[in-house]
Design a protein around this ligand. Structure first.
Ligand code: NAD
Length: 299
């Protein structure tokens, strides 16, 4: 049974680690929050007293942490994971972080003779619990092949995007599209409302017209047309506006660093920042529609 260290057992990491246990892996976890560790033990995993202890001698170490600085310190900080894993181990970072840190971590792993993949996910906490996540992977083809069993136990779709950092690049570009299209769809519903066009009529027409997109047809931000969307449950659960703000901030920073042209990324980032400043950061990001229907959010 392959031994796996899992560092970061939060909303995403907790259920992902539980799925690895269910798939028969020997999982030792670490998290700063004792309750998260207790959850892992409850499903059959082992709790470690530190990231270094969890990683001691393992063949595979997975991280699912808030941001780049956490990944950097857990992997390469004093008594970091990289110094503790078995020779030639495979490291997989599933956190959403900046491309530059992802590439730096892959280089640090290579220096130690280890493989490293950046493998951010899409699918949210429901996908993590159900084992249906999509993994967007950056790294070498042999490391990707080596990770299939582990990633397959936590997700349904596993895609190699390219070399180190490409998984994070794919995640940031995808969420740039998502954050912008959600604001566009929300703005259209606010305009329809002012023009006296019922939301259902706009949905029926645009979902079959050139305005069609996932933010409209699968995740409609107003209640009614798509019964499963968060709009029908007061924007609870789903993908938090604060996380969308995080991802758009990473996207606009990456665009600035790479010299990529942009029109809508920064204004979209600012719109989600305002939603968070209004105390809505914990709500699903489609709460933008409710806010726009109530009035401008650019004040
Ligand atoms: P979370 O805050 O619920 O979990 C992060 C966990 O990391 C916490 O339990 C925290 O205690 C732990 N942690 C922080 N620093 C640590 C350290 N030094 N050592 C050990 N543990 C440490 O966040 P989450 O929602 O699970 O998200 C994790 C990552 O996944 C983020 O990068 C996020 O952007 C990404 N993501 C989240 C979602 C989502 O819907 N929640 C979807 C896709 C991607």
């Amino acid at each position: 049974m392959e031994r796996i260290a899992f560092i970061g057992l939060g909303n995403m990491g907790g259920p992902m680690a539980a799925n690895l246990v269910r798939a028969g892996f020997d999982v030792t976890g670490f998290d700063l929050a004792p309750a998260a560790l207790a959850d892992l033990v409850r499903v059959g995993g082992t709790a470690a007293a530190s990231a270094a202890e969890a990683a001691s001698g393992v063949e595979v170490a997975i991280t699912m942490l808030p941001a780049g600085q956490h990944v950097r310190s857990v992997l390469t900080g004093p008594d970091g994971v990289l110094a503790r894993v078995a020779p030639g181990a495979l490291l997989i970072d599933c956190s959403t972080i900046d491309v530059e840190t992802a590439r730096a971590m892959a280089a640090a792993a290579a220096e130690q003779g280890c493989d490293m993949l950046d493998a951010p996910v899409s699918g949210g906490s429901a996908g993590a619990a159900g084992g249906t996540l999509t993994f967007m992977v950056g790294g070498t083809a042999p490391a990707f092949a080596r990770a299939q069993g582990v990633l397959g136990a936590m997700g349904k779709t596993v895609v190699l995007a390219g070399p180190a950092g490409a998984g994070q690049a794919a995640k940031l570009c995808n969420n740039l599209i998502l954050g912008i299209t959600m604001l566009g769809v929300s703005e259209a519903f606010a305009l329809a409302d002012k023009l006296g066009l019922p939301a259902q009529a706009l949905f029926d027409i645009s979902s079959k017209s050139s305005g069609q997109c996932w933010s409209l047809t699968s995740y409609c931000p107003v209640p009614g047309p798509v019964p499963a969307s968060p709009a029908n449950r007061d924007y609870q659960a789903g993908f938090a506006a604060a996380l969308m703000l995080k991802d758009l901030t990473l996207a606009v920073e990456a665009a600035a660093a790479a010299g990529a042209a942009g029109v809508l990324g920064r204004p979209a980032q600012q719109a989600y920042a305002r939603l968070c400043a209004m105390g809505l950061g914990g709500k699903d990001f489609s709460v933008a529609a409710q806010t726009l229907l109530a009035g401008p959010i650019d004040g």
